[in-house]
Design a binder for this molecule. Structure first.
Ligand SMILES: [Zn+2]
Ligand SMILES: [Zn+2]
Length: 448
């Protein structure tokens, strides 16, 4: 601001420091006695009071300023909005409040031409990222721009939010962006090394978690940047040996989330998260094998907390469920519709991902139910069988004795050798086995 009066300047400073520390009453007094201060900014960066409140997460003051009809899209020296600063500092309540007040999510700063979505992705604030994406779905942006275009919005050097999240080692944000339609193989213009994909940038950043997610969403290990390098070479150059091992084109192909399959894209949240966890678990197993004996070997077996939460690996904890008749290892968590057959999440995935390492190029023949070979219309979370159906005389669900009984009964059906089969390999090995006969590959089975 032009007015350099020393008296005005000290009042400004008083207001700005009160905003910064969250002194609500002082701010209130300032705005009553000197309402014109609302339009003043800091001398150098030209932050408004709203910028300062947003960056520091002072939600009460932020709300008061907005009520006094302060422009939610005020710009500072770098054309940053208060929303960008809130997203940068992970102030989720301020992000939500600003969006509510009508802040524009499609503003670009003058530093790198980035939006608030870039800021949230770069700094790894997944809650803010999610809030902005939700806003985009229900705002004019989705209509005028299209949601997919917003998710893949590019900064001045061609970086999408996914590129930034991959480079900055933000696996949570990588996951959310992929889930919302971020293009996994997009190349940057000039950001990083020209022509880098998110996988190149994750290799540069050295995040195994980001690489695992990108691979599971079909990132191509053979895609080259403008100087002809594949991500493997980038990881080697920056001495991320564990990442390089996974990115080595000669190491085992990862399972890829079969996103283009119609019934997969229509999954409800619960079924989807079950399958996603199973997929990540299968890929971790694969990683353990790849890294085994190298200096980067992962702890095995991995004590993943999500695994027991999901019930994928907790047969002894869940007495009232059926063991999967394909692998005889996991409990049935997924039900095929319309036929109603049940199997575990890992076997479901093995069925959907089998022979389809790259769903973006492979022709997609939808898999059929392995038990009855009817077309899979939908996958849902399996309903736990009620006790009335299974054991008429037992009512105590939590009885350890029952649990033990039940478990041994379930396992008695499968020979112990089946326990050692991996879910992925089990289909072909199961073929031809009497009651548990499985038709994983349509073409290999004669028509009835
Ligand atoms: Zn199974
Ligand atoms: Zn069936």
């Amino acid at each position: 601001m032009g007015q350099g009066l020393s008296c005005g300047a000290s009042q400004e400073n008083g207001l700005f420091s009160a905003v910064q520390v969250g002194d609500f009453q002082t701010v209130e007094v300032f705005l009553k006695t000197e309402p014109h201060l609302l339009h003043h900014t800091t001398v150098y960066d030209r932050h408004s009071a709203l910028h300062i409140a947003a960056a520091n997460g002072k939600i009460e003051i932020l709300s008061m300023l907005l009520e006094k009809s302060m422009n939610p899209d005020a710009l500072n020296r770098h054309k940053q909005t208060p929303l960008m600063l809130a997203a940068m500092h992970g102030k989720i309540s301020c992000v939500k409040k600003l969006i509510e007040a009508g802040a524009n999510i499609l503003k670009f700063d003058s530093l790198h031409g980035r939006t608030c979505l870039h800021y949230a992705a770069y700094y790894g604030h997944s809650d803010c990222l999610q809030a902005i994406l939700s806003a985009a779905q229900s705002s004019p942006v989705a209509v005028s721009w299209g949601y997919a275009r917003f998710v893949n919005i590019r900064d001045a050097r061609g970086a999408t939010p996914l590129h930034l999240a991959a480079r900055q080692r933000r696996p949570e944000c990588v996951h959310i962006l992929l889930d919302n339609g971020a293009l996994v193989c997009a190349s940057t213009g000039g950001y990083g090394c020209p022509g880098s994909t998110p996988l190149h940038l994750a290799a540069r950043g050295g995040s195994l978690d980001c690489i695992r997610k990108l691979l599971a969403w079909g990132a191509d290990r053979l895609q080259r940047d403008a100087s002809g390098r594949i991500p493997y070479v980038v990881a080697l150059k920056h001495k991320h040996g564990d990442c390089a091992a996974l990115l080595n084109p000669s190491s085992a192909e990862p399972l890829v989330w079969p996103a283009p399959l119609k019934f997969i894209s229509e999954l409800n949240e619960e079924a989807k998260s079950l399958l996603e966890q199973a997929l990540m678990e299968a890929n971790r197993e694969r990683e353990r094998n790849i890294l085994k004996g190298t200096a980067f070997s992962l702890p095995s077996p991995s004590p993943s907390p999500s695994r027991s939460d999901s019930g994928l690996d907790s047969i002894s904890e869940t007495s009232d469920t059926e063991v999967c008749c394909i692998c005889f290892e996991q409990i049935c968590t997924i039900e095929v519709q319309d036929c109603g057959h049940q199997m575990c999440a890992q076997c479901t995935l093995a069925l959907c991902c089998h022979n389809k390492p790259n769903p973006t190029t492979a022709s997609l023949t939808p898999p059929v139910c392995p038990f009855c070979r009817s077309t899979i219309v939908q996958l849902v979370v399996a309903k736990i069988k009620s006790y009335d159906d299974a054991d008429h005389d037992i009512t105590d669900v939590s009885s350890p004795k029952l649990r033990k009984l039940r478990k041994s009964r379930n396992f008695s059906e499968g020979s112990s050798s089946f326990k050692s089969l991996s879910a992925v390999g089990s289909f072909s090995k199961m073929g031809g086995r009497g009651s548990g006969r499985v038709a994983a590959e349509n073409e290999s089975i004669d028509k009835p």
